[in-house]
Structures are given as structure tokens and as C-alpha cells.
Design a protein around this ligand. Structure first.
Ligand SMILES: NC(=O)c1ccc[n+]([C@@H]2O[C@H](COP(=O)([O-])OP(=O)(O)OC[C@H]3O[C@@H](n4cnc5c(N)ncnc54)[C@H](O)[C@@H]3O)[C@@H](O)[C@H]2O)c1
Length: 337
């Protein structure tokens, strides 16, 4: 086990950030967590974390919170890829500008290493499975903001001799994921609707394909990133590449698990949605000894148990649509969820 360190985690009230912070504090690290509560749930913040509620774009506060910090995990984001086409300003601010602020504060504090949670969106519409040596080809504002953040991270770290790692997660599921957000998290949305006796909503023909990652399988990759030497300056996909499934199949699995027998409602394709997206886990297998431990059905069942226990919730349209036109999904325009 590595020596106890002071670690800062952004997005600590969010899904990934809260699990990561919890695991790090279980490993006896001292964890400082930042979140502005624009997403996530307040009770996600783990108990042993020193929590600050402010916006990562606040550079002065970021610098203050960085004091004595050795390692930074930057997980905060408005991780809404589909919505970014219609709310590019808000999403770019929380992804790009917030990242630049976090990296600036970290660099000025001379931290040892920064780990940035990017996204599979960086690859765009290339042949699957995506490998880390592919040139990023972002196709929407969310992906562009992730790639731009990666570039600034590398640029600042190289100049200032700070270690960096770029983790590339994709379609994570599990407890603590926001399930009343109408703009993202397909599995959680479907379960929240099915438990309310509402049919799942699918964009397009449902034949788009994804691999889903159970949260613990991502965590086992993220933890060694804090100090494993050979991970410095690496971009690494994290999560499984075994079960590449259609959204129709995901809907069927959710339906079987929840006991709902409602036929999906099909809506127009969402603009810029990539049809086939999956990441190769070969590099993670090689560098992190990665092995998928939770299969899709088990992951969905655990997500279902969490939502069922916490109780269904009405959907919360808490992000404004900045562009409303004939391309905007009516599910969002008319608040149909
Ligand atoms: N969940 C996935 O499937 C997935 C896939 C690929 C990449 N990622 C990336 O992993 C990271 C974590 O994703 P998640 O699913 O846990 O998202 P999440 O929405 O659950 O958590 C993100 C947290 O960041 C906070 N936040 C947003 N903007 C902020 C700001 N300006 N200042 C402070 N806090 C801010 C939100 O309040 C939220 O609690 C993100 O960077 C996301 O882009 C996630």
C-alpha cells in the first residue's frame, strides 16, 4: 500500500468522485473534496472527506484548497455529452474552464501528479474498439472540451515538470449515479422510469452500441494512477471491452430486472450521437493488470437495487437549454421524462 498522501478530488458529490474519495480515504489518504453541487447528490460526499462547496472556476479558492496537496484527481464536470450540443456554454465552462482553473491551481502549488478524468467521447466516430494511440476526433462540445482540457493539462505539466495521467472512462453504472437527470445516464434513467411504470425512452433505432463499466471496475484502475511510476504521461482507457451491447438490449435487461414489460418509446436520433463506441481495455490490462469483475447484468442489478432502495424521483431539468430549435430533442423541450 502506498504512503498516506493528501489528495484533492474534484466532483466529490458526483458518482465517480464520491466512490474514488471514499476508497482513497479507506486507504488512509487524507482527502479534500470540492463540488459546487450543480450535479451529484449531497449525501454522496463520504464522511471522512474535508469537503468544500465551491465552483472549480474560482481560481483563488482552488489555490487555497490545494495547499499541502500532493495528488489531484479532477473528476468534476458537467458530463453531459448529448446535451452539450444544445447547452454548449454551461457545459464548456464546467469542463474546460473549470479544468484550466484546477490545473492552474495544482501547478502553482507544485503538486506531484494530476489525474484527469477525460472521456471516451475524445475518440468520436472512429472504428471500434478505440485505442489510446488514435488521434482524438471529438464530434461535440463535450468531447471538444475534454480534448482541450487534456491539451492544457499536458502543456502545463510538461513545462512545470508535473506528472500527469489521463483516465478515459466510458458509460459507468452503479450506486450513487444521478438517476433523476433527464439528460444523461441511460441505465439509471430507464430504471427510474420503469419503477414509475413508465416505458423506457430510446433515441434512434436503439441499435447504437456501447460497453458499460461497473463503478468498481473503474476504481481499480483509478487508484494505482495516484503513484504507479510507469503511468506517468499515459492516456489509459478504463473499463471493460467484453460486452458490446445495443441500447435495445440494455432496455431489455433493465426490463427483466425491474419486472416492467413496457415496450420502449422510440424518439428521433440525437444529433451527433456516435453509433458504435467502445474502448479497448488492452492497455489497462497491460499496465494495470485490469480484469473485469462485474458483468453487465450484475452491474445493472446493483444499480437497480440502489435506485429502488433510495426511491424513485421525478426528473430534474436543472440545466437550461441554450439552443432550442428543430434539432433539440422534444424529450427535453417538452420535459417528457
Ligand atoms: N459516468 C460516466 O459514464 C463517465 C464516462 C466518461 C467520462 N466520465 C467523466 O468522469 C467524471 C465524473 O463523472 P460522473 O459520472 O461522476 O459525473 P457526476 O455528474 O456524477 O459528477 C460530477 C460532479 O462534478 C460537479 N461539478 C460540475 N461542475 C463543477 C464545477 N464547475 N465546480 C465544482 N464542481 C462541479 C457536479 O456537481 C457533480 O457532483 C467526469 O469528468 C466525466 O466527464 C464519466
Amino acid at each position: 500500500m502506498s504512503k498516506s498522501k493528501k489528495i484533492l478530488v474534484t466532483g466529490v458529490a458526483g458518482f465517480l468522485g464520491s466512490h474514488l474519495a471514499e476508497k482513497l480515504s479507506q486507504l488512509n489518504h487524507k482527502v479534500v473534496g470540492i463540488d459546487n453541487m450543480s450535479g451529484g447528490y449531497e449525501d454522496n460526499v463520504p464522511k471522512n472527506v474535508e469537503f468544500f462547496n465551491f465552483d472549480c472556476c474560482n481560481l483563488e479558492k482552488m489555490k487555497e484548497a490545494m495547499k499541502g496537496v500532493e495528488i489531484v484527481y479532477h473528476c468534476a464536470a458537467t458530463a453531459h455529452e448529448g446535451l452539450s450540443v444544445f447547452s454548449p456554454f454551461e457545459i464548456t465552462k464546467n469542463n474546460y474552464l473549470a479544468s484550466v482553473s484546477v490545473f492552474t491551481a495544482a501547478v502553482s502549488n507544485k503538486v506531484k501528479r494530476i489525474i484527469f478524468c477525460s472521456s471516451m467521447a475524445r475518440y468520436g466516430d472512429q472504428n471500434t474498439p478505440f485505442t489510446e494511440d488514435m488521434k482524438p476526433k471529438p464530434v461535440d462540445p463535450y468531447a471538444i472540451s475534454k480534448v482541450a482540457s487534456e491539451n492544457v493539462l499536458i502543456n502545463l505539466c510538461e513545462l512545470n515538470n508535473i506528472e500527469w495521467v489521463i483516465a478515459v472512462p466510458h458509460n459507468i453504472i452503479g450506486p450513487r449515479q444521478k438517476y433523476n437527470d433527464p439528460f444523461r445516464n441511460v441505465v439509471s434513467i430507464m430504471i427510474n422510469r420503469m419503477l414509475q411504470k413508465k416505458a423506457p425512452i430510446i433515441y434512434g433505432d436503439g441499435e447504437q452500441k456501447r460497453c458499460f463499466s461497473y463503478i468498481d471496475d473503474c476504481l481499480t484502475c483509478l487508484i494505482p494512477m495516484l503513484d504507479q511510476k510507469n503511468l506517468n504521461k499515459q492516456v489509459i482507457n478504463i473499463g471493460p471491452d467484453e460486452e458490446f451491447v445495443t441500447i435495445n438490449k440494455v432496455s431489455e435487461i433493465c426490463s427483466n430486472i425491474t419486472g416492467s414489460n413496457l415496450k420502449p418509446i422510440y424518439k428521433k436520433d440525437r444529433p451527433r450521437e456516435v453509433k458504435y463506441a467502445s474502448c479497448s481495455a488492452d492497455k489497462a490490462r497491460k499496465l494495470l493488470n485490469y480484469k473485469t469483475k462485474t458483468d453487465l447484468k450484475t452491474g445493472i442489478t446493483k444499480t437497480f437495487n440502489y435506485i429502488k432502495e433510495r426511491g424513485v424521483r421525478p426528473f430534474d431539468y436543472n440545466i437550461n437549454l441554450e439552443i432550442k430549435n428543430e434539432l433539440t430533442p422534444e424529450t427535453w423541450l417538452k420535459k417528457e421524462f
